[in-house]
Design a protein around this ligand. Structure first.
Ligand code: AP5
Ligand code: MG
Length: 208
């Protein structure tokens, strides 16, 4: 099963990709996570990435494509994968079209912009395992501590309200056209339901 998860920043792509990955036994590949890992190393490439992510802009296509290509060559992708946050532009989609990979379904998780801004303010993540939490909607067992790694949770640099607004603008301009591009494979799910309900909706779509 080869899947793409589309949706605005904060729509819940990462949350659902982790759940569907566990349910289907295929890896969830988040280009955002890969980029944040590169930034953490402090390498020149990482510093270049940071200048884009901090501004809420997309990293240039050729750089992201190279990262993804590398990841897709790992043996765990043989059985399938979930792409979370890739493609983000028509150019990136065309890169996939030019490989021999056949995408089975594209899941579009829809949430209105007003709700997104509120969600991002409460997001926390584990800097070690990348698991995502929310101070209100998806609390860890112990406040501010990762359930799995038992270390303090962090706030993403690009979750500042002004950066979130930039990311939403970039989403509508550069990424939303992919909804039309993938219309033959698309399933839209309501991202305002609870995380459990959304997981069930996605699993139902995949069974059909
Ligand atoms: P990336 O990390 O992909 O960020 P994003 O698309 O902006 O999406 P997010 O990770 O912010 O949101 P999400 O949809 O995963 O939501 P989540 O599950 O966390 O990219 C970051 C940056 O990297 C980009 O800005 C760009 O610069 C660069 N980049 C990445 N990929 C690129 C590409 N292909 N090309 C170019 N540049 C690229 O949920 C959000 C919050 O809501 C959490 O707190 C969660 O707990 C909570 N939540 C989740 N579901 C629900 C629910 N149903 N109800 C209530 N709360 C919920
Ligand atoms: Mg994410």
């Amino acid at each position: 099963m080869k899947l793409i998860f589309l949706g605005a920043p904060g729509a819940g792509k990462g949350t659902q990709a982790a759940r569907i990955s566990a349910a289907l036994g295929i890896p969830a590949i988040s280009t955002g996570d890969i980029i944040r890992e590169a930034i953490k190393t402090g390498s020149p490439l990482g510093q270049q990435f940071k200048s884009y992510t901090d501004a809420g802009k997309l990293v240039p296509d050729e750089l992201v494509v190279a990262l993804l290509q590398d990841r897709l060559e790992k043996p765990d992708c043989q059985k399938g994968f979930i792409l979370d946050g890739f493609p983000r532009t028509i150019e990136q989609a065309k890169f996939l079209d030019n490989t021999d990979l056949v995408i089975d379904r594209v899941i579009d998780i829809e949430v209105a912009d007003e709700k997104i801004v509120k969600r991002m303010g409460g997001r926390r993540f584990c800097p070690q395992c990348q698991k995502t939490y929310h101070v209100e909607y998806s609390k860890p067992k112990k406040e501010g501590i990762c359930d799995t790694c038992n270390i303090p949770l962090s706030i993403r640099e690009d979750d500042k309200p002004e950066t979130v607004l930039n990311r939403l603008e970039v989403y509508h301009r550069q990424t939303e056209p992919l909804v039309e591009y993938y219309k033959d494979k698309l399933a839209v799910v309501d991202g305002t339901r609870t995380p459990d309900e959304i997981t069930d909706l996605i699993l139902e779509v995949l069974k059909a």
